[in-house]
Design a protein around this ligand. Structure first.
Ligand SMILES: Cc1cc2nc3c(=O)[nH]c(=O)nc-3n(C[C@H](O)[C@H](O)[C@H](O)COP(=O)(O)O)c2cc1C
Length: 295
């Protein structure tokens, strides 16, 4: 691994790296020799495409190593689209799970696939907390119920409402008032009595997606990472469902943050519950896009 941008003597001057660099940092000189333009080096965000494309492993970027950071690009054949479409068509939101834990090997496979999601700017800022212990899931449910019970009570108090509105901002407050609170009021009695779990859905496992609040574009990165997770889950026999009510609960509850060991300064952006589905769907559903404009 080098500490500076370098082109080794193995370079065959094929020009692939020059063509692929998104910021035109590589160039050929008058003699056809490839070099890094010193005036553009600051634009290198270490996407690694130059190293991925070099047939002679001659391009070197600080912090990236051919040995440890790259793998042979898998070849795609004519079945690849069908395989992807099958995955996409298979994915459904699972809310009813078998009463058995998800083996760690499967969660590890899922984590590997999530790590393939593209970051807006390398290095990857997404951090995961993988909850594989059903007992921990159950304990967290109790804390979520307490938190939401408290929120519903506060929203009924005009002074507390005023402060919640000021803290949450207009848009979030409208969502809270129009959707979240009515839904919670309906669900809380059964949640509290243990009759029904409409929060974590008695899922045996969950992945929390979080990032340091100072990092760039992390919410979009996490949305994409969660998409990889829910698409890949069915291929492992699992159902994975994004649950929007979990991240704000973890955000607001110091007890939940401690339980899940969320680093201080990190925002929990997403939660995907996971488990073996109790039932198999017999049919998918077609949902036409709101519009498709061809130009
Ligand atoms: C961003 C996002 C947030 C979601 N949040 C929840 C949630 O809080 N609770 C839930 O039960 N399902 C949640 N879902 C699942 C959707 O409700 C579900 O995908 C949708 O109803 C379509 O059903 P299908 O996934 O089976 O096709 C969420 C899905 C997405 C993409």
């Amino acid at each position: 691994m080098t500490t500076t941008h370098e082109i080794s003597a193995d370079c065959k001057a094929c020009g692939s790296c020059v063509e692929i660099c998104p910021n035109r940092i590589l160039q050929k000189d008058a003699a056809g020799k490839v070099f890094f333009r010193p005036d553009r080096l600051w634009m290198c965000f270490r996407c690694g495409q130059c190293m991925s494309i070099c047939p002679s492993r001659a391009v070197m970027i600080p912090g990236l190593s051919y040995e440890t950071d790259f793998y042979p690009q898998p070849a795609l054949d004519e079945r690849a689209f069908d395989a992807f479409e099958t995955l996409a068509a298979n994915r459904r939101a699972g809310r009813s799970f078998q009463d058995r834990p998800v083996p760690r090997e499967l969660l590890e496979k899922l984590v590997e696939v999530i790590a393939l999601a593209p970051p807006s700017f390398p290095p990857v800022k997404t951090e995961l907390t993988v909850v594989a212990d059903p007992a921990l899931m159950h304990r967290s449910l109790g804390l979520m119920i307490d938190l939401y019970d408290n929120l519903v009570k506060k929203m009924a108090n005009p002074v507390a409402r005023f402060f919640i509105r000021r803290q949450a901002g207009r848009e979030t407050f409208i969502t809270l008032n129009n959707h979240v609170i009515p839904l919670l009021k309906e669900r809380l009695p059964d949640l509290k009595s243990g009759k029904e779990d409409t929060l974590t859905r008695r899922a045996p496992a969950m992945i929390l997606f979080h990032s340091d609040r100072q990092s760039e574009n992390y919410r979009t990165d996490i949305a994409i990472a969660m998409t990889y997770a829910i698409l890949a889950a069915p291929a492992l026999g699992l159902a994975g469902t994004i649950i929007d009510l979990i991240p704000p609960a973890v955000e607001k509850s110091p007890a939940l943050r401690a339980l899940f060991q969320i680093p201080a300064g990190s925002e929990v952006v997403g939660a995907v519950i996971l488990g073996f589905p109790k039932r198999r769907f017999l049919r998918g559903i077609r949902r036409p896009l709101k519009s498709v404009t061809w130009l």
